[in-house]
Design a protein around this ligand. Structure first.
Ligand code: NAP
Ligand code: MG
Length: 487
């Protein structure tokens, strides 16, 4: 076996970059570990400015032919990639779980089918993409979505392949070529995607994967003058850095960032449903950008809500994410665990009370935590923890609920639990968020716009919004035959 192949959960994974259709090794490597038991999974090629430049050059070289490929053929290739994802679904699920510690059962049943769907959806949407012509004094306006060029796509570790393909699929559908940089804590499924794309017959250079530390390959990718789009999912500080780096070339950016989303529970809500929605926020050990981590409950039902929540939370099983019965897996990395622990420790020192949790578990696990007696201006209410840590505050009326809900620098999502449709309409209209759910959570159609307000992001992706971003949208105005009047 090549020294560049590693076997993870029985699956062979290439540890090299994928550039111009070839596997390329770096002299340096970084170590990828499993959050499940800390075992070393692979030594991964650690990119430098050289590999970044080579990948952009490969994407640039492949662009004209890919952009000229008829839409139907691009769509066919995307469906072929989806077929490959479905064929290797079990392998992808196993590798992803081993690499990032998220639940195997959700990878099998939800995430990886969704990865395939990302390709199918944007392939089909591409063929539907159309704007009706309109006329101006007899002239025809014809809108087209032209391919833009090489794109740099940078993704985080919490849902690696899901978030990568949510960008890769529309970019490829749009006729763009791609350099994907996965997060160093969970790089493996991006490498498998490169294999799948090759097997599907995607031409060399259309999809490239560069691995490495953001601090090393980030700038060479995001400051590159040949890059026409940058789409980034990750944290606010990294987004600021990328925006500054992209500024030199005014490269258009899409930023999907963090959140501190509220769950508003009104006294007229189905409290059982509300408690279920709250407990759901521990999914993926709380490492979910959309997580509604601030529970705001109308004062008269706070006690009853807390009772039901605590009962449901007590039934959650924390443990090995490969086990079917497990509800909450480990935290991705010792550094992340330390970060979570710090947030909670400081909150407790500031007077918060742990209703449940408030401490680490064994190994790399953090106990599901609910903190109350927290101040609105405190760190634990204002900053994203990205762990299984929720806060609970009470409110007296709608105005106060909305004020607390909107009072952070984020605006990614909000969830409202109420039995009153008029109240739902009033409250949702006042919430600042890219997505608002009423009596539900995480229902996400790829047709829908997705993104954040304020520090939760810049721009929207999803459906036509993705094509608006990944394309140079063009309007062609044609004069009627024989028309001479330019007045
Ligand atoms: P992060 O530290 O910002 O990293 C995200 C990606 O950026 C990684 O691939 C990272 O590479 C890379 N990176 C780091 N420095 C860079 C630089 N100077 N230039 C270019 N790229 C650089 O975020 P994270 O901790 O991985 O992810 C968690 C964050 O993502 C949370 O804030 C979460 O809310 C957010 N998130 C948002 C969404 C959304 O859709 N809105 C979805 C999921 C997650 P390395 O890590 O390999 O160095
Ligand atoms: Mg890993």
């Amino acid at each position: 076996m090549s020294t560049h192949l590693t076997t993870v959960a029985g699956v062979a994974v290439d540890t090299r970059h994928f550039i111009g259709g070839e596997r390329v090794a770096s002299t340096e490597t970084f170590t990828d570990v499993s959050p499940i038991d800390g075992s070393v999974l692979a030594e991964i090629s650690r990119g430098t400015a050289m590999e970044a430049a080579a990948a952009v050059a490969a994407a640039k070289a492949a662009f004209p032919a890919w952009a000229a490929t008829p839409r139907a053929e691009r769509a066919r290739l995307l469906h072929a990639i989806a077929d490959g994802v479905e064929r290797r679904l079990e392998e992808l699920a196993l590798v992803e779980t081993t690499d990032n510690g998220a639940l195997l059962r959700s990878h099998r049943r939800g995430v990886m089918p969704r990865v395939a769907h990302n390709f199918r959806f944007f392939a089909d949407w591409l063929l539907e993409l159309d704007h009706e012509d309109f006329t101006t004094r007899g002239h025809t306006n014809h809108v087209t979505w032209d391919p833009a060029g090489p794109c740099v796509l940078i993704t985080p570790w919490n849902a690696p392949l899901m978030l990568a393909t949510w960008k890769v699929a529309p970019a490829l559908a749009a006729g763009d070529t791609v350099v994907l940089k996965p997060a160093e804590w969970s790089p493996l499924t991006a490498s498998l995607l490169a294999d799948i794309a090759t097997e599907a017959g995607l031409p060399a250079g259309v999809l490239n994967v560069v691995q490495g530390y953001g601090s090393e390959v980030g700038d060479p990718l995001t400051a590159h003058p040949d890059v026409r789009r940058i789409s980034f999912t990750g944290s606010v500080p990294t987004a600021r850095h990328i925006a500054a780096s992209a500024a030199a070339n005014l490269t258009p950016l899409s930023l999907e960032l963090g959140g501190k989303s509220p769950l508003l529970v009104f006294a007229d809500a189905d409290l059982d449903l509300a408690a279920d929605l709250a407990v759901e926020q521990y999914d993926n050990a709380g490492q979910v950008c959309l997580a509604a981590t601030r529970i705001l409950v109308e004062a008269p039902v706070a006690e009853e809500f807390t009772r039901r929540f605590t009962e449901k939370a007590a039934a959650l099983r924390q443990g090995d994410p490969r086990e079917e019965a497990t509800d909450i897996g480990p935290t991705i990395h010792p550094r992340q665990l330390e970060k979570i622990n710090g947030f909670v420790r400081r909150a407790l020192e500031a007077g918060a009370r742990a209703v449940i949790g408030g401490h680490r578990g064994a190994g790399q696990y953090y106990a599901p935590t609910l903190l109350t007696d927290v101040r609105q201006d405190s760190e634990i209410v204002q900053e994203e923890v990205f762990g299984p840590v929720l806060t609970l505050q009470t409110f007296d009326d709608e105005d106060e609920a909305v004020r607390l809900a909107n009072d952070t620098r984020f605006g990614l999502a909000a969830t409202v639990a109420t039995g009153d449709a008029d109240r739902a309409a009033r409250v949702t209209a006042r919430l600042v968020a890219g997505t608002v759910w009423v009596n539900c959570f995480f229902v996400r159609d790829l047709k829908a716009p997705f993104g954040g307000s304020r520090h939760s992001g810049v721009g929207r992706e999803g459906g036509t919004w993705s094509f608006d971003f990944y394309c140079d949208v063009k309007n062609t105005v044609t004069a009627p035959k024989g028309f001479k009047d330019h007045g």
